[in-house]
Design a protein around this ligand. Structure first.
Ligand code: NDP
Length: 326
């Protein structure tokens, strides 16, 4: 098996020298175990902050993958079937099955299994739970989402449209903004070239925002908070603009805005609703089949390119979900 090791904790933006490709001999699977081969691997922003709290130097990089069962001594996972595995950045894995989830039954032939890492996987669930469980988004409301052209953001905007809302998205390139319009976002802007964020947010929705799905943090957070309507709700999903900070930066923290507007702010992790995963994945799949939930993927070919794909994601190279195809 090939594995990618975190040899040195990231200090600021990740570097090539923080990773090392290692080859490892795997044991034969014992009773109850399976041998897996990665088919698609995921790179996600959470790997940057989680590397500090969940990993030691020398560990295999954390992550999920779609894998094929090559050998099986576990009847729950027959040879030739596909699973979601949580073994990290590795080409082959011997697993006892505890960290494996079978791919949803009846996965359509014409849909790539890589979607199980994106729109019909963890990022899609994050979007759905953020909207329904945290924000309680209602028909006719106006929703703002940033990092809108990414894995989570594209699903957030489209579910909000399905629910009959006005949707405003921000993203870091004109191509991304064009894509958001294609997806049916009512308004979209490039936060890198727009000049004043305050003005852009006001122009996109002069009456303000009922809900804000926050993926970014930093100055965007401050600006967006000012544009909320009274009693607005904010789902704090991510803060990617801050993940590579070496010292925590203070951005003006809008206490008075939050008090005067009486905002409700809630951080969340999609894992809180694990009991709802199967039914929620079915709903996401249903919308994809109906053509209501469109997707794009940013596919990097080859396991050896995983660190580059991860660093590219943190720099905004991707439109839609970033995945590695073997
Ligand atoms: P994306 O596919 O959106 O990729 C990350 C995107 O973030 C990049 O494409 C880039 O787009 C944007 N970005 C990168 N750096 C910055 C920056 N400094 N300022 C603003 N935008 C930046 O990733 P995901 O959809 O997987 O994740 C989106 C967010 O959701 C992340 O913050 C992630 O941590 C969070 N998340 C939280 C979960 C939870 O359970 N709470 C679960 C999954 C994800 P651009 O070109 O627009 O800058």
């Amino acid at each position: 098996a090939k594995t990618w090791i975190l040899v040195k904790h990231f200090d600021g933006f990740p570097k090539d020298s923080d990773f090392e490709l290692k080859v490892e001999e795997l044991p034969e699977p014992k009773d109850g175990e399976v041998l897996l081969e990665a088919v698609f691997l995921s790179v996600d922003p959470y790997m940057r902050p989680f590397s500090r709290v969940r990993m030691k130097e020398g560990d295999v990089m954390i992550g999920t993958q779609v894998a094929k069962v090559l050998q099986s001594k576990n009847p729950a996972f027959p040879v030739g079937s596909h699973v979601i595995g949580r073994g990290g950045w590795r080409t082959h894995t011997v697993s006892d099955g505890a960290d494996l989830t079978p791919i949803m039954p009846d996965w359509p032939q014409d849909l790539s299994l890589s979607l199980a890492l994106g729109t019909i996987g963890m990022p899609g669930l994050t979007a759905l739970f953020g909207i329904e469980e945290v924000l309680g988004l209602q028909k006719g409301e106006t929703l703002l989402v940033n990092a809108a052209a990414g894995a989570v953001g594209t699903v957030v905007g489209q579910i909000a449209k399905i629910k009959g809302c006005k949707v405003v998205g921000s993203a870091g390139s004109d191509a991304k903004v064009a894509y958001l319009k294609e997806l049916g976002f009512d308004e979209a802007f490039n936060y890198k070239t727009v000049g004043s964020l305050d003005e852009a947010l006001k122009k996109a929705s002069p009456e303000g925002y009922d809900c804000f799905f926050e993926n970014v943090g930093g100055p965007f957070w401050t600006a967006a908070t000012q544009q909320m309507k009274n009693f607005g709700r904010i789902a704090v999903c991510g803060g990617i603009a801050t993940y590579n900070d070496t010292t925590p930066k203070t951005c003006p923290y809008p206490h008075l805005t939050m008090i005067f507007k009486q905002l409700k702010v809630e951080g969340f992790m999609q894992s809180r609703w694990e009991h709802k995963h199967p039914e929620s994945l079915k709903r996401l799949m249903g919308w994809v089949k109906e053509g209501k939930l469109k997707y794009r993927e940013h596919v990097t070919k080859g396991f050896d390119n995983m660190p580059a794909a991860f660093m590219g994601l943190l720099q905004g190279e991707n439109i839609g979900k970033a995945v590695i195809a073997m």
